[in-house]
Design a binder for this molecule. Structure first.
Ligand SMILES: Nc1ncnc2c1ncn2[C@@H]1O[C@H](COP(=O)(O)OP(=O)(O)OP(=O)(O)O)[C@@H](O)[C@H]1O
Length: 315
């Protein structure tokens, strides 16, 4: 069984396209990153998966249960954690009180451990919390019932670098316990760090689905070389050289060829400096953002009228 499965999932808000014809699956135990520029449809996908808005077309299952079937969705959500991008927490109560409330709703398997890990100031009223502290409390609430699948909408927004690192470590630990993650992001470095696979959405459509390691392997390495001699582009007519920028005594390019051939070639020069590094993720992903073909025109009309949105509640 897939943790998440969508088939032709579509959501229009009136005439405005949210997502169109999304089909993908997330395997159990996988950490899946859902990437795309602003307005691409990431939040709409998450809200549709969680039943906060009804799809206009297509279907989706969470942990094998149809998200448009209310009873099935309630059952699925007992095993699902959700971290919204702006957790709308009740501001007039203490963090401790909210934790107790959530414990009564969905159970509490591990709030003590999570509080130790994320350390939000639980004795204070949530209204006095900083954005980062709200996010820490939201993390405790999202994980306290020990969910099998966790859906997170831009989880690191609002966290300082130290807390971001702590969250990445936590995701790693959870992954080794078999928890499945689906999270949206536009922070490319975090995708590199924690995701097994990424789906890239643009203008409401899925434009790529990639294994992160394979994607980086295929993209090759960035090479920078400085030599004593003057250089021109003809000096780098070697198989596997792309995006060449050759200056007077230095050159930089993407390389997908054989290293031996490159090193043999460089031996003809007096090399002053040589750097070979992983392709910058920005370059790798931007081509999907900018050039990937959309399957249909951006303004194609919905086939059915938008269904009414359900109320948004935490799970
Ligand atoms: N409630 C709504 N009513 C009307 N249009 C909406 C609504 N929510 C989203 N949209 C539209 O749907 C499209 C997808 O928006 P969505 O918020 O899902 O994108 P996103 O990828 O999450 O963007 P961001 O990274 O900026 O959060 C956008 O054109 C947006 O304007």
């Amino acid at each position: 069984m897939s943790a998440i499965e969508t088939t032709g999932l579509t959501k229009y808000y009136g005439d405005t396209r949210g997502i169109d014809d999304l089909s993908f699956s997330v395997a159990e135990g996988e950490v899946f990153g859902f990437l795309g520029p602003n307005g691409a449809g990431k939040t709409t996908t998450i809200r549709t998966l969680l039943g906060f808005v009804a799809p206009t077309g297509g279907s989706a299952t969470l942990l094998g249960r149809d998200v448009t079937d209310e009873a099935a969705l309630v059952e699925a959500k007992r095993h699902v954690g959700y971290l919204p991008s702006n957790p709308g927490l009740d501001e007039g109560v203490t963090g401790r009180r909210l934790i107790r409330y959530h414990a009564a709703l969905k159970g509490d398997e591990r709030s003590d451990e999570l509080l130790e890990r994320f350390d939000p100031p639980v004795e204070r009223e949530v209204g006095d919390y900083s954005t980062g502290n709200k996010q820490k409390l939201a993390l405790v609430l999202a994980f306290m019932h020990d969910p099998d699948l966790v859906i997170m909408d831009e989880p690191t927004s609002g966290l300082d670098p130290l807390m971001q690192e702590r969250l990445y470590e936590f995701i790693e630990d959870e992954r080794s316990r078999g928890t499945t993650f689906f999270f949206s992001s536009h922070v490319l470095s975090e995708v590199r760090k924690v995701c097994d696979r990424v789906g890239i959405v643009r203008d409401g459509r899925l434009v790529a689905m990639e294994d992160v390691e394979e994607l980086l392997d295929r993209s090759g390495k960035r090479v920078r070389v400085a030599v004593e001699e003057a250089l021109d582009p003809a000096d780098f007519e070697i198989a596997g050289v792309h995006d060449l920028d050759a200056g007077d005594g230095d050159a930089s390019f993407m390389f997908t060829g054989e290293y031996d051939a490159l090193l043999d070639h460089l031996r003809e020069y007096t090399v002053r400096d040589l750097e070979i590094e992983e392709a910058p993720l920005e370059d790798v992903f931007m081509k999907f953002y900018d050039h990937a073909p959309a399957e249909r025109p951006a303004s194609s009309p919905p086939t059915e009228t938008a269904a009414s949105a359900g109320g948004e509640t935490d799970v």
